[in-house]
Design a protein around this ligand. Structure first.
Ligand code: AMP
Length: 280
């Protein structure tokens, strides 16, 4: 695996592939890699000729400086994991490489920038779109993979790609979970044993909601889920909602057979966790 730290060196390395019409697959991450990240690499590798993974803890998407400071950065272990899968290039830029000069960024994301994660983390998706655009410019991938774990993020990136006409195909990959159901996350390593057990309430609640979706009204499912999460020891609920998979608008009982997704964010043990489940 090549480890490349500058955009120029990355371009030099990839230009040969581009000239010979080789397809480039891309998996952007913030590191502290786990099996969920590696599954994205496993998903993209059969679709392309070369796989680029980036590790970059993007400061502009953190609205909480403490969260940025505490974000895990086990780079040696990450490199070890990447050498075991089919990753051809690790793009590992420093902050100054991606943000060389002062710059303003604003992309109108419409409704997607007002609800759920956007509402609770103001500016988060501006930071996400800013860095993903920069990484797409550097890598110029044919296919890029993102996890369903960040459901709204995927919609935001698809929206940006459509709006800016970026020639990349996006793939949304399933959420990998621990055997007991907890969604894998780089932040899980900050949970104590107790917090780790308490965090299961998120998955268990999503499962209950999914079980009830064909027999109960959406409003009942939502109310019961919120009550359950609020009653769960150690869980401070930030939001729980059931939305349309098409545009993340809130759904009422009338329903119209549209796709539904339940999304949750909560604090457990001082760690902010998110999860979601497609209900139908
Ligand atoms: P992150 O390093 O948290 O920015 O995540 C990098 C990519 O991995 C994003 O596309 C995430 O949605 C995806 N990802 C994170 N956790 C999981 C998981 N448990 N299963 C599958 N993909 C994931």
């Amino acid at each position: 695996m090549e480890i490349i730290k500058t955009k120029k060196a990355l371009n030099d390395y990839l230009s040969g592939f581009r000239q010979s019409k080789g397809q480039i697959g891309f998996v952007p991450t913030m590191g502290a890699l786990h099996a969920g990240h590696l599954s994205l690499i496993g998903h993209v590798s059969p679709l392309v000729d070369t796989v680029v993974c980036s590790i970059f803890v993007n400061p502009t998407q953190f609205n909480d400086p403490e969260d940025l400071r505490k974000y895990p950065r086990p780079i040696e272990e990450d490199i070890r994991l990447l050498t075991r899968v089919k990753c051809d290039v690790l793009f590992l830029p420093a902050v100054a490489e991606m943000y060389g000069k002062k710059e303003d960024w604003y992309l109108d994301l419409g409704h997607l920038d007002t609800v759920l994660e956007a509402k609770h983390r103001p500016g988060h998706f501006q930071g996400v779109t800013q860095i993903v655009k920069k990484l797409f410019d550097a890598v110029r991938p044919d296919v890029a993979c993102f996890g369903q774990k960040d459901f709204q993020q995927f919609m935001v990136i698809q929206y940006m790609v459509d709006k800016l006409d970026i020639p990349v195909k996006l793939e949304r990959c399933p959420t990998l979970r621990e055997p007991d159901g907890l969604a894998m996350s780089s932040r899980n390593i900050r949970l104590s044993d107790t917090g780790r057990r308490q965090a299961l309430a998120l998955y268990q609640t999503l499962r209950e909601v999914k079980k009830g979706v064909d027999s109960k009204p959406v409003s009942t499912l939502k109310k019961t889920a919120i009550e359950r999460l609020n009653a769960s020891e150690g869980v401070q609920l930030e939001y729980f909602d059931i939305c349309s998979t098409a545009d993340l608008t809130a759904v009422d009982d009338a329903g119209n057979g549209a796709g539904l997704v339940a999304l949750v964010a909560a604090w457990v043990d001082g760690v902010r966790l998110i999860d979601n489940m497609i209900l139908r």
